[in-house]
Design a protein around this ligand. Structure first.
Ligand code: UT7
Length: 320
């Protein structure tokens, strides 16, 4: 029995901000952002758009894509580092807005790797028999925790949400579903990417702080090693992979990671150019884009991967 992906959905804020527009209020340039990151624009939430509202739209779209309703769901796991409130968990509010009740709904905090953590948790609960059909969401409004005076970070991020519906299915060998996943964490590097606030310390929400160059170095090393671990566990070779759907932090990280595996950039789903880094939302958002535009087809072998604050990192291999 495997957790099979039966629906995807995504949501973006209405407001799209180009690099040139950003350069009017931050000491930066379109050229610098493009060359160093591959980003050309990002979507930024207005005061009426929250992590919860974007997550609800993405989740409803995933239910519609699967051809089911909230009545068919018995679990919601939502990955975010920017919840609407410190508590209750944003997942419970999404459950309510979708018209659900009673079944478990909770948030997972692993920042940019959050969706991989949420997906692995939901997959484990499905395989253990605790749930039959789950909505797994990555949703963020990072614009709320950016220091708009810090050009080294504020140009890199955007807001958005993506969602998967996964369900228990008995499948044949080589059939659809999540085949293997690996998660890692190493708290030693916490100060390289963190938010300088929180309920138990300053009492304020705080702002994102990052040592970009160090994070970049760790990202390429950690991602290529976890990708190899997952391939080994699945008994697959890099050349078996049809698509990589990576966390979208920087085009140069995507390129370096693909190169280390000997894969071509043509097999990498890239959305960092239009969405920037949407943290936990980036993997399901990118997957939804590539599925809807016809790139990811049924039967394709797809690798999801992410690395973020903590550090946390992970990867999942699935057959679409
Ligand atoms: O999602 C979680 C994981 N996050 C990541 O994976 C992010 C990983 N890191 C990165 O993507 C890259 O390190 C960055 C995009 C953050 C930075 O790129 P970089 O090539 O490592 O640049 P740098 O930090 O070494 O900065 C180079 C120069 C500096 O100037 P000097 O000291 O060489 O004169 C910066 O002050 O670029 C300057 N700079 C900027 N210039 C214009 C930094 N930010 C900007 C900016 N506009 N926005």
């Amino acid at each position: 029995m495997r957790s099979v992906l039966v629906g995807t959905g995504s949501a973006l804020p209405k407001n799209c901000v180009s690099n040139a527009e950003l350069a009017e209020r931050v000491d930066t340039s379109d050229e610098w952002i493009r060359e160093r990151t591959g980003i050309t624009q990002r979507y930024l939430a207005d005061e009426n758009e929250t992590t919860g509202s974007l997550a609800t739209i993405a989740a409803q779209a995933a239910l519609d894509d699967a051809g089911i309703t909230i009545a068919d769901i018995d679990l919601i796991v939502l990955a975010t580092a920017t919840p609407d409130n410190t508590f209750p968990a944003t997942a419970t509010q999404v459950q309510h807005r979708l018209g659900g009740k009673g079944f478990p709904a909770f948030d997972v905090a692993a920042v940019c790797s959050g969706f991989l953590y949420a997906l692995s948790t939901a997959d484990a609960m499905i395989r253990s028999g605790m749930a039959r059909r789950a909505i797994v969401i990555g949703a963020e409004t990072f614009s709320r925790i950016l220091d708009w005076e810090d050009r080294t970070t504020c140009v890199l991020f955007g807001d958005g949400a993506g969602a998967f519906v996964i369900e228990a299915q008995d499948v044949e060998e080589g059939g659809a579903g999540i085949i293997a996943s690996r998660l890692h964490a190493d708290g030693e590097h916490g100060e390289m990417l963190y938010v300088d606030g929180g309920p138990s310390t300053t009492g304020e929400v705080g702002k994102l702080r990052m040592k970009g160059r160090e994070v970049f170095r760790h990202a390429v090393t950690n991602l290529s090693s976890v990708l190899r671990e997952v391939l080994e566990e699945a008994g697959c070779q890099p050349e078996d992979i049809d698509w990589i759907v990576p966390h979208q932090a920087n085009l140069r990280i995507l390129d370096a990671t693909a190169r280390k595996l000997g894969l071509s950039m043509d097999q990498v789903v890239v959305t960092v150019d239009r969405h920037a880094n949407t943290s936990a939302a980036s993997v399901p958002l990118a997957y939804d884009v590539a599925k809807k535009d016809g790139r990811i087809k049924k039967g394709d072998l797809v690798m999801l991967e992410a690395m973020g604050g903590g550090f946390t990192w992970g990867a999942s291999l699935l057959r679409a």
